[in-house]
Design a protein around this ligand. Structure first.
Ligand code: 3ON
Ligand code: FE
Length: 491
């Protein structure tokens, strides 16, 4: 346990910017080894594989990219076998990755502002998108899929991480068609006699937006697909499900395509937050027979990620990470020089939607800066008690994630595990123990960037008790750039 902050230069701060910046250096090498530098002990009952995705490259042969979300997807795979752990990482061999590595320079514009060298003249009217496969990685229907929300998935060998090609689900996706990066795993689908099912969506932007919902059976086949047209532009990164509904947050934003077309800004930099516009909440029934789409309204704000949702009588309850505004990306800025204190923190809120009256109530559950919610996978769409989050070390203000927090949503109790001052956390993943009887009986796995050694650790916590500290710290031989999402499979 490392809660001491005495050795940081500024006692008000639990981190230094220089330490934090180390986690945004590229990792160019691909590794394959048994992890042998371990503090504590890997629980032998923890068996399976953790897959993680995120930007592995923050530059192309020395040419910096403009935003981490534009970085090429790199998959890390940590498999746990009889108390030992094996590490492997591979870049997804996307068309763009291969072409740029061969050319040794940036050949594509990125959604979040990366431009080809040569100024606007080199970028004007180039609408080509590089599918960077960097946001999430899922194991479903015996396939390992790297996801990026604006194009189709890449299929990978789950053992070697070799890129096999793009996945179109037997022709369900047309070439270039999007498949979102935030699928939800319904542990027991009403329509499939209680079998598990994977629910995902995609967004086709425009003056009005098409939302497509896909439901896949355990064999990885699309068994249900529905599309809806929603008035206005949408930037929807995540959604939530319940047994009967899919729920989408239409954040109050507008899109001005002109600077993008003229080669001055990335598409994501043309999104403008509308402080005086309400958020629209779109509730779409999952059952093919029911077609009534409801739109509810609540106050302005921006949501990337939701924790969970469940039905409670007349209401749907949704827990989400909300920002007071969308963190707009500035074309001239360097993301490494960010002043955290000037940006709004993500904070945990609970929303109550009343479907009949259309009323929405909300309350802040925790004001601590947080991101990357994770729950027991058996309770997706169901009433749940425990939520795990990446969190700032301090209770107030915006800061990088250095801790994990466990929240008991029934009692309000909280537990904090912190890696400050030199450690930086990412998304926690809750792994249930086989035959667990309690919701929090299992482990929380998290990659922590350790600036002191410029390397990452895979940290294992007992989910029932963060206060006992890490039960194991697996020191990797290198760092892993701050990542986005991943999943654990018992296989
Ligand atoms: O909305 C339209 C449709 C669409 C799919 C237009 C569009 C071009 C903006 C678009 C594309 C969206 C894309 C490609 C989004 C990609 C998002 C991404 C790669 C990551 C998002 C991450 C979110 C968060 C909150 C990350 C937090 C990170 C930290 C706290 C750092 O450790
Ligand atoms: Fe996400």
């Amino acid at each position: 346990q490392t809660l001491k902050i005495e050795d940081t230069p500024n006692p008000q701060k639990s981190y230094t910017l220089v330490d934090w910046q180390g986690g945004y250096k590229s990792l160019t090498q691909e590794f394959d080894y048994w992890i042998d530098d371990i503090e504590g002990q890997i629980p032998p009952e923890l068996q399976g594989t953790l897959f993680r995705n995120g930007p592995g490259l923050l530059d192309i042969n020395g040419q910096p990219i403009h935003h981490p979300f534009d970085g090429d997807g790199m998959i890390s795979r940590i498999s746990f076998v009889n108390g030992r752990a094996h590490f492997r990482n591979r870049f997804v061999r996307t068309e763009g990755y291969l072409a740029e590595q061969q050319a040794g320079k940036i050949l594509y514009r990125g959604v979040f502002g990366t431009q080809k060298p040569g100024g606007w003249l080199a970028n004007i009217f180039d609408f080509k998108m590089k599918n960077i496969a960097n946001t999430n990685v899922i194991y479903w229907g015996d396939k390992l899929l790297a996801l990026w929300e604006a194009a189709e998935p890449h299929s990978l060998d789950p053992h070697t991480l070799e890129t096999l090609g793009k996945e179109n689900f037997h022709g369900v996706l047309s070439s270039g068609e999007a498949f979102g990066a935030h699928p939800r795993f319904d542990p027991s689908c009403n329509q499939d006699g209680g079998a598990p099912c994977l629910v995902n969506f995609s967004i086709k932007p425009g003056l009005s937006t098409t939302i497509t919902i896909f439901e896949l059976n355990p064999d990885g086949e699309v068994v249900r697909k529905q599309t809806h047209s929603i008035p206005g532009f949408c930037f929807i990164h995540d959604f939530v499900i319940t047994p009967n509904y899919c729920i989408f947050w239409q954040n109050p934003v507008t899109f001005n395509p002109i600077p993008f077309a003229l080669g001055i800004r990335g598409a994501g930099e043309c999104i403008k937050f509308q402080q005086n516009q309400p958020t629209r909440i779109i509730v779409i029934p999952r059952h093919p027979g029911e077609t009534k789409v409801r739109t509810l309204e609540t106050q302005s704000g921006f949501v990337f990620h939701h924790a969970n949702a469940f039905e409670a009588g007349e209401e749907i309850i949704i827990d989400s990470i909300c920002y007071a505004s969308f963190p707009e990306v500035e074309p001239e800025s360097d993301f490494r020089e960010v002043n955290f204190a000037t940006l709004p923190p993500g904070q945990l809120w609970r929303f109550h939607l009343h479907l009949e009256t259309g009323k929405v109530r909300q309350q802040m559950i925790d004001s601590r800066c947080c991101e990357f919610p994770s729950i027991n996978p058996q309770l997706v769409g169901r009433k749940y008690q425990y939520l795990y989050l990446g969190a700032a070390h301090g209770e107030t203000g915006n800061a990088p994630l250095q801790a994990l927090v466990k929240i008991d949503l029934d009692s309000g109790a909280r537990q904090l595990w912190s890696a400050a001052p030199h450690g930086f956390t990412g998304e926690p993943i809750f792994v249930p123990r086989t035959d667990a009887k309690q919701e929090d009986d299992g482990w929380v796995l998290v990659l922590v960037y350790d600036a002191t050694h410029h390397r990452s650790d895979l940290v294992i916590l007992d989910a029932r008790d963060f206060n006992q500290g890490a039960i194991a710290r697996l020191h990797l031989k290198h760092h892993i750039p701050y990542g986005l999402h991943g999943n654990f499979t018992p296989k």
